[in-house]
Design a binder for this molecule. Structure first.
Ligand SMILES: [Zn+2]
Length: 84
């Protein structure tokens, strides 16, 4: 089955993909969308950057999110945390 992944589905899927839970067709569809969508590429890069900064910040869990993290990424993460 071939269909196009929307950006909304992509973002939802991103969490599982980065955690390593995505497999097979799902992961391929994700990668196909990523190959064709610069918006999502920059979203993923921002996300990865955030994770990296987040790990650095674990030494001080009370520290605020670094200013380099784009506000949209921070909001997306907060929204996902609250939803779960
Ligand atoms: Zn996209």
């Amino acid at each position: 089955m071939i269909r196009n992944l929307t950006c909304g589905e992509f973002v939802e899927f991103l969490w599982r993909y980065i955690e390593g839970d995505a497999e097979g067709d799902e992961a391929r569809e994700f990668e196909r969308h990523l190959a064709a969508c610069p918006t999502c590429v920059s979203y993923v890069n921002g996300y990865r950057q955030t994770m990296k900064l987040g790990k650095m910040a674990f030494e001080n869990l009370e520290a605020p999110v670094p200013e380099e993290v784009p506000e949209g990424v921070v909001r997306g993460i907060l929204a996902a945390i609250r939803k779960g």
